[in-house]
Write a protein that binds this ligand. Structure first.
Ligand SMILES: O=C(O)CCC(=O)C(=O)O
Ligand SMILES: [Fe+2]
Length: 444
């Protein structure tokens, strides 16, 4: 039997891999099997994070071209599925081919893009082919593995024993009725139509201004940016006038803000069950759906967003009510026992902002600032009232440093995320008419 497969090391730049990891860590939900989380493009669109599909577009195109060239089927393929998948401790998949279910028969070719590296970011999780060469694929950041989805390429993934193994999985089909682009376009058109700011209201000059401001911001992520917000005061959008500028604590929210503040999906999609789930290995192949979801009642587990925030040192000031089916409530965070004054629109908004700064590496600067505030304040307090030293550190007690006094830092933290999102959002809204007319998602 022929085992047609291709390994392309360095196909993705480290920068793109990290950006995709940021998206997954900001938006991922429970995946299709235990210990697996996923972020599909349609999930991004459905959770008001449509702008985050932009970094995928050129990559999907490049991978499709590589698959078409290797298998000699130029201009014949459609992307059937695009999803970021992470495999956490305990995740594995037995021998299978990727088309091994009736509802997966349309999958003709597979491409797995490895976004992080074996033995650096996770342990276990090697990929093996049952027959032929290469027998084993070692996941390495930026490598793409391409193979046919049928029985020529039966494979498995060993159990991940530690860390988080993150991939971008793509499937391709010759069958146009399974074209992911058509479904995404329908979804995008619906979502963009509901956006409160009319695209037409964003004049060309304003868009230009935005670009210039953003160009400045992205090159200096850790500095105060006076006047960096998108101020639409002069161009109110109909039906939205009263909401044009909403000040929450120190940070001004603009109409654009409401375009891309994420909307969480239902709670059970973020609930990772830790109770035992019976599974027949080797039969359950990725469908990108949420069939790994389990009910909240009988389970031990954790809420993904809360866990992701906690792993970076953030807690929600008020505990999240996981019995609430839609966690779309304002959230405030605490970092190292200091309450952050800013009110995020919801837990997903908080997570996206935090992950954004983790990705950009701009946290150390902010945290350094926060650390300085803490030390200074504590020193003063310590000198004055030594006996109450511990109390001053405790949440809601004494004068724990209020970060709103460090307006520049906090404001920059929020607005640099907003600016990043607004660039993507504008790109998306500019591309959409062309995508609609062609019926496909493509890059410039
Ligand atoms: O992540 C990998 O290396 C392969 C995953 C896989 O086999 C699948 O999802 O079907
Ligand atoms: Fe597979």
């Amino acid at each position: 039997m022929d085992h047609k497969r291709l390994l392309l090391p360095g196909f993705l730049s480290p920068e793109l891999c990290k950006e995709l990891i940021f998206i997954h860590k900001s938006c991922g939900v429970v995946g299709y099997r235990p210990h697996v989380l996923s972020t599909t493009l349609s999930h991004l669109v459905a959770t008001n994070s449509a702008a985050l599909i932009m970094p995928f577009i050129a990559l999907r195109e490049r991978v499709k071209e590589a698959v078409e060239e290797f298998f000699g089927c130029e201009f014949e393929l459609f992307v059937e599925f695009t999803g970021l998948i992470s495999w956490r401790r305990g995740a594995n998949i037995g021998w299978h081919s990727d088309d091994n279910r009736d509802y997966l028969r349309q999958r003709h070719f597979s491409a797995v893009c490895y976004l992080n590296t074996y033995e650096q970011d996770f342990h276990g999780g090697l990929f093996h082919f049952q027959d032929g060469e290469p027998a084993t694929v070692v996941p390495t950041m930026g490598t793409v593995l391409i193979y046919s989805a049928n029985k020529e390429n039966v494979h498995c993934v060993n159990e991940v024993t530690d860390g988080e193994r993150i991939t971008l999985a793509l499937w391709f089909t010759r069958n146009s009725t399974h074209d992911e682009d058509k479904k995404l376009l329908d979804q995008l058109v619906n979502v963009m139509a509901r956006i409160p700011v009319e695209r037409g209201k964003l004049s060309v000059s304003l868009q230009e201004e935005l670009r210039v401001q953003n160009a400045g911001i992205s090159s200096q992520p850790s500095q105060g940016q006076e006047g960096s917000e998108v101020n639409l005061e002069d161009q109110p959008s109909p039906g939205n006038q009263n909401e044009n500028l909403v000040t929450t604590n120190t940070v001004t929210k603009t109409p654009l803000h409401s375009c891309f503040v994420p909307l969480p999906a239902s709670t059970n999609m973020y609930w990772v069950s830790e109770s035992k789930v019976e599974l027949k290995l080797g039969q359950d192949v990725g469908d990108g759906g949420a069939s790994g979801n389990t009910s909240l009642e009988d389970d031990q587990g954790y809420y993904i967003c809360v866990e992701r925030l906690a792993s970076l040192g953030f807690q929600c000031i008020e505990q999240l009510d996981v019995s609430d089916s839609t966690p779309d409530k304002p959230v405030k965070l605490r970092y190292q026992q200091q309450d952050i004054a800013y009110e995020f629109s919801n837990i997903l908004h908080a997570l996206q902002v935090v992950q954004f700064h983790e990705w950009r590496g701009s946290f150390p600067a902010y945290l350094q600032n926060m650390q300085d505030i803490k030390c200074d304040e504590l020193n003063i307090v310590k000198r004055q009232r030594t006996s109450e030293y511990t109390n001053t550190c405790a949440p809601h007690h004494g004068r724990s440093p209020n970060l709103s006094s460090h307006k520049g830092t906090l404001e920059t933290m929020i607005t640099s995320w907003e600016n990043h999102m607004s660039i993507l959002w504008l790109e998306l809204s500019q591309m959409l008419p062309a995508w609609r007319s062609i019926g496909a998602l493509f890059s410039r």
